[in-house]
Design a protein around this ligand. Structure first.
Ligand SMILES: [Zn+2]
Ligand SMILES: [Zn+2]
Length: 184
């Protein structure tokens, strides 16, 4: 009796730890994620973090023009001499016209930006920084995930083996995959 009692809490403790690999902190004001998957662009998140007002404004602005299933484009502006830093601009294409959203992406996601070049400053040399920026943006805008978009749905659940593409059926938990990224 005393054995099973002492074993039970230990097991649930362990379960708790393994389930929290994907941690999201959302903002009470705008509903966007303050940090996504435990690690934001500026490193591991701090649960005491609060969205600055400008971040909330940018999340709200981006939510008026970006929906799950949209394509977000990236342009490589510059690479540092060391290759460790990339300058990336972000845009949408609406009615064949570019709509530059770099400023808002920087504020919504917490990237540093270079306003002269209208570009995010993204560290890292081995990763596809365009994918990283757009995946992060999807996670920030859709922290609760998104319903299946039907045929062609970009969720990683499908690439991981889910073959059911029924519109609206599954709730895909990783909002980062709600958006498709392309380089221009
Ligand atoms: Zn906010
Ligand atoms: Zn789907």
């Amino acid at each position: 009796m005393s054995d099973s009692e002492s074993a039970a809490p230990a097991a649930s403790d362990r379960g708790e730890t393994t389930r929290t690999t994907r941690e999201i902190v959302t903002c009470d004001t705008c509903g966007g994620a303050i940090a996504y998957r435990g690690v934001g662009p500026k490193g591991p998140y701090d649960t005491k973090l609060k969205h600055p007002a400008e971040a909330c404004e940018s999340v709200k602005t981006l939510r008026t023009c970006i929906r799950p299933g949209d394509t977000v484009y990236t342009v490589l502006r510059h690479v540092s001499r060391s290759g460790m830093m990339r300058w990336v601009s972000v845009l949408l294409v609406e009615d064949n016209e570019p709509r530059w959203i770099t400023y808002h992406v920087a504020r919504a996601c917490g990237w540093s930006d270079d306003q002269k070049r209208d570009a995010l400053k993204v560290p890292g040399c081995g990763t596809d920084v365009g994918f990283e920026v757009v995946n992060n943006l999807g996670g920030v805008l859709f922290p609760l995930g998104f319903p299946c978009l039907g045929k062609g749905c970009p969720s990683n659940d499908h690439t991981n083996g889910d073959r059911n593409y029924t519109l609206g059926l599954a709730m895909h938990p990783e909002g980062g995959y709600a958006l498709t990224q392309r380089w221009l």
